[in-house]
Ligand binder design. Structure first.
Ligand code: ACO
Length: 332
């Protein structure tokens, strides 16, 4: 959907990653797997995980601080903090409130959104709506998930795929008429929610009988999620480009959710776009869920794959099921 009451600028991008690296070879000591299987099926070589008392909030705060610094914006100028997370540190307070405290954004409202691996693109939609409508001028969008605490480390079909990390973006009202968010949308199909899930059961009142039994860890129908991604994302990107009046060849870089290199390559092939235009850094981090698009964008800027005036497509997809695509201009 295009809403352009006030033009929106993407002023800065950041990332926050734990230091501890777990390689595929390390995982061979934990489950019956091997580097060759993981790399061939997913493209992943290593991932970062939180350790000891390290929190998602701390990672999101690092990413947020970096995004604010790169935007040249003081924490007191932030009107709203959104945190896209499906694995918050607490049910409450929200991670966004914890980030507000860490970064001393004392003038900001704060709330979390839950959209799993589509979190960054969903958050982008929400942030730009607040700015384009004139309600707020400056929004800090953070995205963080720490799957390492919610995968079953005895289940080789899921534990090898995920990593922990945070990303962030600062969005502001543009001083001129330039609008960096050319298009953004988000979609969902709740009827397929069972295919990828982390249940949260809690405990019944002891007076009302036994508790439902469920492990609080990722359960995933890998093949169905694979099919969902390679069928839904190309249509989503096509729609975004058509509605923007932009040809696929005009896009400088496609930054998709970093779930699996085979998924990204298959999407590129279906769209008949060169695989070289699709940025991939999942070999280093695995699937960092909500954070992956922002981490990839930050690294694409750092290594020169994205330069000032680059035209970009961002696309997220994951649990819910949810998905969404944005067409943006990066001005540096
Ligand atoms: N190491 C070694 N063998 C394994 C492993 C492992 N880590 N995991 C599964 N296997 C085995 C299976 O047991 C199976 O063995 P069998 O044939 O003896 O039964 C064999 O490998 C093949 O398993 P499949 O599940 O058929 O493997 P597939 O080629 O479908 O790849 C994968 C699995 C990588 C999970 C794929 O389905 C996929 O990428 N799905 C998308 C899931 C995804 O990316 N999820 C991330 C979260 S969602 C999101 O971000 C969109």
């Amino acid at each position: 959907m295009n809403i352009n009451l006030y033009p929106v600028k993407i002023a800065g991008v950041g990332k926050g990653l734990p230091e501890t690296v777990i390689t595929n070879f390390d995982l061979e000591k934990l489950v019956d797997t091997n580097d060759e299987w993981i790399a061939t099926r997913s493209g992943i070589r290593e991932r970062r995980v939180v350790s000891s008392g390290e929190t998602g909030t701390a990672l999101a705060a690092v990413a947020g601080a970096q995004a604010l610094a790169s935007a040249g914006i003081d924490s007191g100028e932030v009107d709203l903090i959104i945190c896209a997370t499906s694995i918050p540190d607490n049910l409450y307070p929200s991670t966004a409130c914890e980030v507000q405290k860490e970064l001393k954004c004392s003038n900001a409202a704060a709330f979390d959104i839950t959209a799993a691996c589509s979190g960054l693109v969903y958050g982008l939609n929400v942030a730009r709506s607040f700015i384009a409508s004139g309600i707020y001028k400056t929004v800090l969008l953070t995205a963080v998930d720490v799957h390492s605490r919610f995968v079953d480390w005895e289940d080789r079909s899921t534990c090898v795929l995920f990593g922990d990390g945070a990303g962030a973006m600062v969005l502001t009202r543009s001083d001129n008429e330039q609008n960096d968010i050319i298009y953004a949308d988000m979609e969902a199909d709740g009827s397929r929610g069972e295919e990828l899930k982390i249940p949260l059961t809690g405990k019944n009142c002891p007076l009302v009988g036994p508790n439902p039994v469920a492990g609080q860890h990722v359960s995933m129908n890998g093949r169905e999620i694979y099919k969902f991604a390679v069928n839904t994302v190309p249509s989503s990107i096509k729609k975004a480009l058509d509605e923007s009046g932009i040809g696929p060849e005009q896009v400088d870089c496609y930054i998709l959710h970093q779930a699996n290199a085979r998924i990204i390559e298959s999407i590129a092939d279906k769209l008949k776009i060169s695989r070289d235009k699709f940025y991939i850094n999942l070999q280093k981090y695995g699937n960092t869920s909500a954070a992956s698009v922002a981490i990839a964008l930050r690294e694409a800027i750092e290594d020169g794959s994205v330069t000032p005036s680059s035209l970009l497509v961002l696309s997220g997809f994951g649990a819910g099921l949810t998905w969404g695509t944005a067409v943006i201009r990066w001005r540096g």
